[in-house]
Design a protein around this ligand. Structure first.
Ligand code: PGA
Length: 254
């Protein structure tokens, strides 16, 4: 079965409820009556999620993601948010292992693995982010970094569970910098990721898992990236903050 493309907006620490309401009031009508070929996901900050889901009432084509979650059920964990809370809000995807969480909040492969397992156990689809820094790429460590992050993050997952998650390849040097990996560089990394999944599991699993590219994706470069055989979608930060720009991204094939 061909992999269905998936385009996701990662709003990061942008868009409070008022700004998000204005975004949705413009974005939703602009999508009306359009048969999209991809899944569309929006990941607002936690506090903005209810505004976005309220605006989506009755809309089944746009899904909502969280940008993080706790690996605990509930209790004395100040500042954390649980899967139960996200479920109550209608969230279905959770971004995990984003390089900003790894870099600024000390999330290790083991922590990310624990969150991925919790998310899957409670019925969410993780968007599992991996990617190398510029220094790692220049030192020839791209493959080593990707395979370590993959085997660490996917530890204990069954082939069936891995086939159903979304992986986001985001070279750290391309995030928010305006520097995009060339479509050739991105394709090579994606093909390598599939090779690692095939080694950890089997070819079927590798062929089923959807792999997004992330890092300065814009309306002007999305088409070429999406034309690569192993690129199944995009995780978009900056260019997802404006309704017309995000609309152009989800209509990448028009
Ligand atoms: P960017 O962010 O599109 O602003 O580079 C992508 C991401 O970090 O998910």
């Amino acid at each position: 079965m061909p992999r269905k493309p998936i385009i996701a907006a990662n709003w990061k620490m942008n868009m409070g409820p008022a700004e998000a309401a204005a975004f949705m009031d413009q974005f939703i009508p602009s999508m009306e009556g359009k048969a999209l070929s991809c899944d569309v996901v929006i990941a607002p900050p936690f506090i903005t999620i209810p505004t976005v889901t309220a605006k989506l009432q009755g809309n089944t084509t746009i899904a909502v993601a969280a940008q993080n979650v706790s690996d605990r059920d509930n209790g004395a964990f100040t500042g954390e948010i649980s899967t139960t809370m996200l479920k109550e809000l209608g969230v279905t995807y959770i971004i995990l292992g984003h390089s900003e969480r790894r870099q600024y909040y000390g999330e290790t492969d083991a922590i990310i693995n624990s969150k991925i397992k919790k998310a899957i156990a409670d019925g969410f689809t993780p968007i599992f982010c991996i990617g190398e820094t510029k220094d790692e790429r220049l030192a020839g460590k791209l493959e080593e970094v990707l395979s370590t992050q993959l085997s660490g993050g996917l530890q204990d997952l069954t082939a069936e569970q891995t086939a159903a998650i979304v992986i986001a390849y985001e070279p750290v040097w391309a995030i928010g910098t305006g520097l995009t990996a060339t479509s050739k560089e991105a394709q090579e990394a994606h093909a390598y990721i599939r090779q690692v999944i095939a080694k950890l599991y089997d070819t079927d699993t590798a062929n089923q898992v959807r792999i997004q590219y992330g890092g300065s994706v814009k309306p002007g470069n999305v088409k070429e990236l999406m034309a690569q055989p192993d690129i199944d979608g995009a995780l978009v930060g900056g260019a997802s903050l404006k309704p017309d720009s995000f609309a152009a991204l989800v209509e990448f094939d028009r």
